[in-house]
Design a protein around this ligand. Structure first.
Ligand SMILES: Nc1ncnc2c1ncn2[C@@H]1O[C@H](COP(=O)(O)OP(=O)(O)OP(=O)(O)O)[C@@H](O)[C@H]1O
Ligand SMILES: [Mg+2]
Length: 307
């Protein structure tokens, strides 16, 4: 079992070993969350590394990562457990074929057997409460803003006592609470009650130096000069009025596309040919046609020279 980090520096170094570039502020909340055993609530724009931190954390601690991907209409059955109706039906049919009477003691015995763990389908929240080799798992509750409020209320309860009651089986309690990371893209506000349970951190777009560092970690084959141009351009692009600004994921994708095309330096032509790697909305792409790409590139280069 890997050790729990003993300091903020430790958190940053250990995440760094996993290729995750973590600034001091994020390192601090991660350290506190691990030390105090409090869930961590991460909010931020798309593609800034919220989901990735849970993966990196699980890897650095040698823990299992259990992911609950949220979506509209997600309910407790899909999040906690379901009975395997198909298997139960087969068991009933088999019993019938073997001369099961359908009444009295036979019936009770069959009923007891049908509601045992053998017929239980464990969904992420229940899995996270089971003992795991290596210690309590990392439970990632991803994109919570996509669910509705009743589910949020349900989750609040689950997060407060880390136990699940299954009427037919009884209460299952986590021997050690999981390490919980909740993420949101803030398409709606998550309720205060849930936030209050958690430590909160806004994951912002990284600054120039940090984004270069991330690019080094994730696309090490990119030459320094190209990396600097790419990051300067994307950083400049984020200050434009766009429907959807490029995240770090897009910076990495773009650098990889440019490498695949053997590009050594940006030009307005290269940019317009590869814009689909960084902008995903036609309106945004349209805005960068013509002289706009050149203007932004010139400004990005001027910024690089000043630095
Ligand atoms: N600080 C970082 N260090 C290393 N890689 C990073 C960092 N931030 C982002 N990345 C890279 O960006 C990619 C996208 O990050 P991630 O999927 O975690 O974004 P997200 O914030 O969860 O976005 P979304 O809201 O769209 O789900 C990751 O696969 C990772 O390669
Ligand atoms: Mg994500």
């Amino acid at each position: 079992m890997t050790r729990i980090p003993g300091s903020i520096d430790d958190v940053q170094a250990m995440l760094g070993d996993q290729g995750y570039v973590c600034d001091r502020a994020l390192g601090t909340v991660v350290f506190l969350s691990l030390t105090l055993g409090r869930p961590l609530f991460l909010e931020g724009e798309a593609g800034v590394g919220k989901t990735e931190i849970a993966k990196a954390l699980a890897a650095m601690l040698g823990r299992r990562l259990i992911r609950l991907q949220c979506y509209e209409g997600l309910d407790a059955a899909s999040a906690v457990y379901e009975w395997n109706f198909a298997e139960q039906m087969i068991a009933i049919r088999t019993a019938e074929a073997m001369g099961f009477e359908g009444a009295g003691a036979d019936r009770d015995a069959l009923k007891d057997e049908l509601f045992t763990e053998q017929y239980l389908i464990e969904r992420p929240l229940l899995q996270a409460m089971r003992p795991q080799p290596g210690g309590a798992p990392v439970l990632l509750i991803d994109e919570l803003d996509r669910t509705d409020e009743p589910f949020e209320a349900f989750l609040l309860e689950a997060l407060s006592d880390f136990q699940v009651t299954i009427p037919e089986l009884g209460t299952i309690r986590a021997p050690e609470p999981p390490i919980v990371i909740v993420t949101s893209n803030r398409t709606r506000e998550v309720h205060d009650a849930l936030k209050r349970r958690c430590l909160y951190h806004w994951v912002d777009y990284p600054g120039f130096d940090r984004e270069i560092e991330i690019l080094h970690a994730r696309a090490p084959e990119a030459a320094e000069a190209l990396s600097r141009e790419v990051v300067a351009f994307v950083q400049r692009l984020r200050t434009e009025d766009l429907f959807k600004k490029p995240g770090v994921a897009e910076t990495i994708d773009w650098a990889k596309c440019l490498l695949a095309l053997d590009v050594v330096s940006l030009s307005p032509e290269v940019i317009s040919d590869t814009l689909g790697a960084i902008l995903k909305y036609q309106d945004d792409i349209q805005k960068l046609q013509g002289s706009e790409a050149k203007r932004i590139l010139d400004e990005a280069r001027a910024g690089l020279e000043r630095a």
